[in-house]
Design a binder for this molecule. Sequence first.
Ligand SMILES: [Zn+2]
Ligand SMILES: [Zn+2]
Length: 234
Amino acid sequence: MDEERVTLPKFREDCLLTKGIDVRDLVGIRKEALLYVQPCTSERGKLMADIELTREIDSRFLDAEKLCSLLRVHRHRFADLRCSEALGVAKLRWGGRDISIFRNGKIKIQQAMDREEILRVANAVSRLIWAAAVCGVCGEPVINCASGNCGKCRLPEETAVDVSGILGSELLRQGHAELEGLAEQAPPDYESRLQRARFLALHFTMETPRKEDAVLGLLLLAKVDQVEAELKNR
Ligand SMILES: [Zn+2]
Ligand SMILES: [Zn+2]
């Protein structure tokens, strides 16, 4: 495959964009504190699990407004989606599992087949909601770290990365392509392309195995917001 180098910003080591909120990482660090698996009461043979993305129970781990907007980007992949910004709770049905996400960083998964499936689903969900997680450095959702808007987490240095070998990078390429030539388009056309770019960016972030690569999806997501703001302000 041809090398394809892109220049990317760097972020502080302690920024949540660098650290990530991957459930697989968290399980490795503090297994028993994180994951409570038990049989489903409603369906025999199935499992349910509570996952805690943070130890501080009543913390504002997620920005509820951002959480709901991220889930709406992927709405058509879910059989059912309800999200309340006021309550800070989202409920969705995805691939036969019921999933609840709470602002305090709790995820509940019901009707799972086995422990490996719980981990896989939880990891995908943690990637999906990552941009809404509140960074400890700046106190803002991670998407504001990615865009540089928080003013604290993005460093002046840049780094060159070869993206050709990254799993799922085709989704990124398609996402970036959706942003080309939007200035000549009327609002109904560019809005659907912005949404498509957001969908692809988040899809990549959920699918690519390494969290260091997954950051690229959030950078694209931040870029879509920036492009949208420019189009609306012209
Ligand atoms: Zn940050
Ligand atoms: Zn920040």
